[in-house]
Design a protein around this ligand. Structure first.
Ligand code: GLY
Length: 358
């Protein structure tokens, strides 16, 4: 193992996020010392790597594998019940540990299972996608979907460690890496503008997981997330800034029946939020336009159907993050200066939407 970066998340207790290559081969070091049983929750596509993990972690531990459906199909109560059954049959105790090994949906489900088994057992997250590394696996949000909506059932349950092995990203398609990069761009606008400079310097090469720029961007995005969730685990205040671009983005995902990638939807959502900021007199034309140039240089979408405003607005109003029926948006006063815009006029929302409508 070489060249590992460690980022600490504050809390009671806090935890470390390690970033590097070849980290899986020493995953045992990240597990709680007393854990005798390990449940590795993984999707079918990682079955081979999960078997390798089992072989490596075995010895004085019992390692159980729970293969679950990938993506949103895995975030169902029936899938959680399957994991609980595996744990029950193995006499999984309070001192044992769950490992979430997969993309954001898998780590959300694994986290929920860890949070609920015996009222909470240790969780180690091993994200295998860009989105998982920079967002889903960091910060302790866990949950499942119900027929009525996404993430309606869940718990804040921080992991004891997050291990980001960049080797796992080498096989991602460019599309997958780029979609995950939308959350990295978000971190650039709301917190670490250095990310934007790095993308502008090499938009073609930046999404190559083997590049130095890629690693730096991912580390900066994780650093942002670690600081935000270290200060505000339960989204009582600061954590809300992470919703930049997400209010409209979630509505687009819903309108597209989740066939759009999350990153694509929040890409449009960020341009909308920037236009809202600009039209509210908060943000300069240049920074608003920079959203388009950065996102488009990565091949991410910046427009959506012109006639969709009323449908999207109705969905935004149902978004669980709005307080009562009042719409709330994260907007920018400048680069790295996010703030809340509460209950903007319909005319302002419509005007901002005109800027992304195509
Ligand atoms: N993905 C947003 C958050 O973790 O709060």
């Amino acid at each position: 193992m070489t060249d590992t970066t460690t980022i600490s998340v504050a809390g009671e207790p806090g935890y470390d996020i390690t970033i590097g290559r070849g980290l899986l081969s020493s995953l045992g070091e990240a597990l709680p010392a007393g854990a005798q049983k390990v449940l590795v929750v993984h999707p079918p596509t990682l079955a081979k790597q999960a078997e390798e993990l089992r072989a490596q972690l075995m010895g004085d531990r019992q390692v159980l594998l729970a293969e679950i459906p990938d993506a949103e199909a895995g975030k169902r109560v029936e899938v959680a019940a399957f994991c609980w059954q595996v744990m029950g049959q193995a006499d999984f105790t309070r001192t044992d540990v769950v490992v979430g090994f997969g993309g954001g949906a898998v780590t959300d489900l694994a986290g929920f299972v860890a949070a609920t088994w015996l009222r909470g057992v240790a969780l180690v997250q091993v994200p295998t996608t860009v989105l998982g590394m920079v967002d889903a696996a960091v910060g302790g949000k866990t949950g499942i979907n119900t027929a009525e909506g996404k993430n309606l059932v869940g718990a804040f349950w921080p992991p004891v460690a997050v291990v980001c092995d960049l080797d796992l990203l080498d096989t991602l398609s460019k599309n997958e890496a780029t979609a995950g990069f939308a959350e990295v761009v978000k971190a650039g606008f709301i917190w670490h503008p250095e990310i934007l400079d790095l993308i502008e310097a090499d938009p073609e090469g930046i999404v190559n997981p083997r590049g130095d720029g890629f690693r730096r961007c991912v580390e900066l995005a994780i650093d942002m997330k670690a600081r935000v969730v270290g200060e505000d685990l339960r989204e009582a205040g600061l954590r809300e800034v992470l919703n930049y671009g997400h209010t409209l983005g979630h509505a687009i995902e819903h309108a597209e029946r989740y066939r759009w990638r999350h990153g694509a939807a929040i890409s449009v959502g960020m341009v909308f939020a920037a236009e809202l900021s600009r039209l509210a007199g908060r943000l300069s034309d240049d920074v608003a336009q920079r959203h388009r140039t950065v996102l488009e240089s990565l091949g991410l979408p910046t427009t959506y159907r012109a006639g969709a405003f009323q449908t999207l607005k109705a969905t935004m109003q149902r978004d669980k993050k709005s307080r009562g029926s009042m719409l709330r948006f994260i907007v920018l006063d400048d680069l790295a200066r996010p703030t809340v815009l509460q209950a903007p006029d319909e005319s302002l929302l419509f005007a901002a939407y005109q800027e992304v409508g195509a």
